[in-house]
Structure formats: structure tokens, C-alpha cells
Write a protein that binds this ligand. Structure first.
Ligand SMILES: [Zn+2]
Length: 107
């Protein structure tokens, strides 16, 4: 019996705002913030793409063995979609700015 407790080192290094760090084990996976929420984004290499998918960005097929991007809402695996990497990136750029309305106050 050891009287010492095994203290985990907590040095404020980890960010308590993101409680899902254990899910980012895979090296090609990252988290992106979008208007709809937090997206998990995974880059698929050509060799791990074994069947064609339809890209929701341009409605074209992504042929198999083509590197592309998979993204889904953090808490909704059902929302998982395969995107052309370019389409996914364009989608990000396209995201509307909520605050840009005619009545927005100017500084
Ligand atoms: Zn596309």
C-alpha cells in the first residue's frame, strides 16, 4: 500500500474548453469551427479511399483512390460526408458573415 496518491500533472496546459481531445488521436484528424458547430475533419489519402463518394459541395463523384476530406459534426456522426478537399475549403470561405447586415453599427 502506498500512501502517496498518483497525482496527474495538471499545469493548465490542456485547454478545458475542448473536452474532446481524446478523440483526436488520428494524425490526420483535426477540429474546425463552423457556423453549424464543431466539425471533425479528416484527410483521407488516396490509398485509404476504396470506393467513390458523392461530394455534397459540387454534387460530383469523388473517384476512388482520390485523396479527399471527410467531415462531420462533432456530436453527430450521422452527418459524416465526403468532400473534395477543394470543395470543403471553399465551403469555409463561403461561410456567411452573420454580423454583416445593413443595420450593423459602424465604428
Ligand atoms: Zn466537390
Amino acid at each position: 500500500m502506498s500512501p502517496r496518491r498518483n497525482k496527474p500533472k495538471k499545469r493548465g496546459k490542456d485547454n478545458p474548453a475542448h473536452g474532446s481531445e481524446r478523440e483526436i488521436g488520428a494524425s490526420h484528424q483535426s477540429i474546425e469551427e463552423h457556423l453549424e458547430g464543431i466539425y471533425m475533419v479528416r484527410r483521407i489519402t488516396g490509398s485509404s479511399s476504396t470506393k467513390p463518394y458523392r461530394c455534397p459541395g459540387c454534387d460530383q463523384l469523388i473517384p476512388m483512390a482520390t485523396p479527399h476530406t471527410v467531415a462531420w459534426l462533432e456530436h453527430d456522426v450521422e452527418s459524416r460526408r465526403h468532400w473534395h478537399t477543394a470543395c470543403w475549403n471553399n465551403r469555409e470561405k463561403r461561410k456567411p458573415k452573420i454580423e454583416r447586415t445593413r443595420n450593423a453599427p459602424r465604428y
